[in-house]
Design a protein around this ligand. Structure first.
Ligand SMILES: Nc1nc2c(ncn2[C@@H]2O[C@H](COP(=O)(O)OP(=O)(O)OP(=O)(O)O)[C@@H](O)[C@H]2O)c(=O)[nH]1
Length: 378
């Protein structure tokens, strides 16, 4: 009689450039999992783990690998430890999703998974999220992103609400060409059918996941990495090599007018800002989740939890940024100890312009709910 087979849990890698919508898609999956138990590993680039705070999941099934890209872990032991925890029978998980940092090299992550000697996992494919509105500009700055698409098993062309129909079709065609046989699906706010990730049989083109990155490719890549000059794919060419992150925390509220002036004058190289802002007298009831992606800006208010410490916590990620100047700029946004209430209220309009319209309230509520749930969990 053959020995009983060790149950294997598929591990899906969710990648995509900074701000493309990975966390949004992940939260969509978690909200629509229909009984599927999903374990999540979040890999934040900055030291303040904003992504980990905004992923809502079953209690105990989200772990965070913070501060730095997982693709460059010198040894994969931390990942192995988390995978071991999440694959214990007591965790009762059906699938594990690793949300890569927006600057990770996805093929490195895939290689780590394929090289793992954990008998309980099975590589479940690479999902690459693409920001439709930023795609051309991002690709121009980082032609190496084509490489990420080439190894994807499923590409989600996200934020299609931000481009017109013709543009969407053009982008779809470009992305499809770059990603070869991978399925390309369009989405708004990461709303894809969860079964596309968890049940390869249902994928639009019927392709098996993990079909594109062969073990030989990965070995070849490994040799490349050992010799950095090898056709330009060494560690120094990793996307994140040119980027740095700056963290900012304050327990004094931000003045809304000064804060908006800071955002308006943010340098070009500062591509991504995320976190939470306390506007103090501007709105005593809510914390404001902030997302800046390129020149796109969005605030989502959510009520402070009872007893929650009122903090502003931000992570800024960019290339060629002046960390000291950014920190000093934010420090100068602190509100006066006793601000003029009427003036602060007026200044809040500058913030409220970037809160989603009522038409998109559903999304804003969902975002707020995610943050709320995560806050309760923590
Ligand atoms: N208009 C629009 N905005 C979106 C869509 N999907 C995500 N967003 C917004 O884009 C911003 C960034 O989304 P995230 O899900 O945090 O992106 P991410 O890829 O996890 O970001 P990083 O982890 O920093 O790389 C947030 O403000 C989202 O609400 C979409 O389809 N349309």
């Amino acid at each position: 009689m053959p020995p009983p087979r060790t149950p294997q849990i598929p591990v899906v890698v969710l990648a995509g450039f900074l701000g493309s919508g990975k966390t949004t898609l992940l939260n969509h999956l978690l909200r629509n999992r229909a009984g599927t138990r999903i374990g999540v590993i979040v890999n934040d680039f900055g030291a303040i783990e904003i992504d980990a705070m905004t992923v809502s999941g079953q209690v105990g099934s989200t772990v965070s690998l913070g501060n730095g890209c997982l693709c460059c872990a010198v040894d994969a032991s931390e990942l192995d430890t988390f995978l071991e925890t999440l694959t214990r029978p007591s965790a009762r998980l059906d699938v594990i999703v690793i949300e890569a940092s927006g600057l990770a090299e996805p093929q490195e992550l895939v290689r780590m998974l394929l090289a793992s000697d954990n008998p309980h996992i099975l590589y479940g494919g690479l999902v690459e999220v693409v920001d439709a509105a930023e795609f051309d500009a991002t690709r121009q700055r980082h032609p190496e992103l084509d490489r990420h698409l080439a190894v994807a098993d499923l590409v989600v062309l996200n934020k299609t609400d931000r481009v017109g129909e013709d543009e969407r079709e053009r982008l779809r065609a470009t992305v499809a060409e770059l990603s070869g046989p991978a399925a390309v699906i369009s989405a708004e706010h990461g709303r894809i059918d969860p079964e596309l990730l968890f049940d390869p049989a249902l994928r639009p083109d019927g392709e098996e996941m993990a079909g594109q990155l062969s073990f030989e490719d990965l070995l070849r890549q490994e040799e490349c990495d050992e010799h950095e000059e090898c056709d330009g794919h060494g560690h120094a060419d990793h996307l994140h090599a040119a980027y740095e992150s700056v963290d900012f925390t304050a327990d004094v509220p931000m003045d809304p007018r000064r804060f908006m002036a800071f955002l308006d004058s943010r340098p070009e190289g500062l591509y991504r800002i995320k976190g939470f802002v306390d506007f103090g007298a501007g709105d005593r009831d809510n914390s404001y989740a902030l997302h800046a992606v390129g020149r796109f800006l969005r605030f989502v208010p959510r009520p402070w939890a009872r007893g929650e410490q009122r903090l502003t916590q931000l992570v800024m990620i960019g290339a060629g940024i002046d960390a000291d100047a950014l920190t000093a700029g934010l420090a100068a946004c602190r509100a006066e100890p006793e601000p003029d209430a009427a003036d602060t209220e007026r200044a809040m309009w500058g913030v409220l312009r970037y809160v989603p319209e009522p038409a998109r309230e559903g999304d804003a509520e969902a975002d707020a709910a995610d943050v709320q749930e995560a806050a309760v969990e923590a």
